[in-house]
Design a binder for this molecule. Structure first.
Ligand SMILES: Nc1ncnc2c1ncn2[C@@H]1O[C@H](COP(=O)(O)OP(=O)(O)OP(=O)(O)O)[C@@H](O)[C@H]1O
Length: 259
């Protein structure tokens, strides 16, 4: 109850990760878990960067969140739906851009998107205007009839982004989506995804090891050797490490240089 006695409804986070651990089997160095006791939330319309060096456990964590792997323990909830118990409801509210591109190079941009929409069970009357809207939003409309093979890396990434949004997810998960892109393409992708958060209230979890992809208004989850070592807004993370920049705060928190 609120202070005046009125009922207070807690906002359901777009993503809730609670007590999640996962291991690939005991390794030569004796470590049993790749990620351990992970807890954090991503609120509606929030951009959260999952920040960690190579090997910190970002891809493993995203694999558990997207249900490629079953969590060894703990729970993942998407808009309140438990990934273990209600996977269909949870997955219906999530869009994913994996690290490796998975477009068909010999289909056009529109064919790739139409095919994916059909697989999702969307009706053509619904998905055709949605595809037009997404192509426009990501400045791809003029390339709709071109084969993906003829697109540069940045444009291909934006087609994958559009594909991940066809079913109107409330949570978008991206695993180091700028790998291999040049600086202008990287910047454009970062801009497009932040605009999506601001303008459409889509929650974003963006895995990265690059500080310049994180804006001052973003939230950050710092992952180090499979554990969350800090979460909060950029100013909170800087204050916690008593550092003048996110870069310096990160190095202070993980106690070694980022890759
Ligand atoms: N298939 C696997 N089998 C065994 N160990 C693995 C496997 N995949 C990852 N690991 C180990 O789990 C740990 C976390 O790796 P993970 O790929 O999740 O990190 P990451 O932060 O995504 O790194 P990168 O940026 O290089 O992808 C590392 O120690 C890695 O060696």
């Amino acid at each position: 109850m609120g202070r005046g006695g009125e009922a207070v409804t807690e906002a359901v986070p777009a993503l809730g990760v609670s007590g999640v651990s996962f291991g690939y089997g005991r390794r030569a160095d004796g470590a049993a878990f790749a990620i351990r006791d992970i807890d954090f939330q991503v609120g509606e319309g929030e951009f959260t960067a999952l920040l960690g060096v190579n090997g910190a456990g970002k891809t493993t964590l995203l694999a558990v969140i997207t249900r490629l792997f079953d969590a060894g323990s703990g729970s993942v909830k998407v808009c309140g739906f438990d990934m273990g118990k209600q996977p269909r409801d949870a997955l219906a509210r999530m869009g994913v851009v994996f690290q490796q591109a998975t477009l068909d190079l010999d289909l056009t941009v529109r064919q790739n998107l139409s095919y994916a929409a059909g697989l999702r069970g969307l009706a053509k009357a619904d998905y055709a205007p949605r595809i037009d809207m997404l192509l426009h939003r990501f400045a791809l409309a003029e390339r709709a009839g071109d084969k993906v093979r003829s697109l540069n890396g940045g444009h291909r990434r934006r087609v994958e982004l559009a594909r991940a949004l066809l079913h109107r997810p409330r949570l978008l998960v991206l695993d180091e989506p700028t790998v291999g892109l040049d600086v202008p393409s990287r910047r454009a992708l970062v801009e497009h995804v932040h605009a999506l958060c601001r303008e459409e209230g889509v929650a974003v979890l963006w895995a990265t090891h690059l500080f310049d992809e994180i804006l001052p208004e973003d939230r950050v989850v710092v992952l180090d050797r499979g554990r969350v070592v800090a979460t909060g807004s950029v100013p909170e993370i800087k204050a916690r490490a008593d550092a003048p920049s996110l870069d310096r705060a990160f190095h202070a928190l993980v106690g070694r240089n980022a890759a």
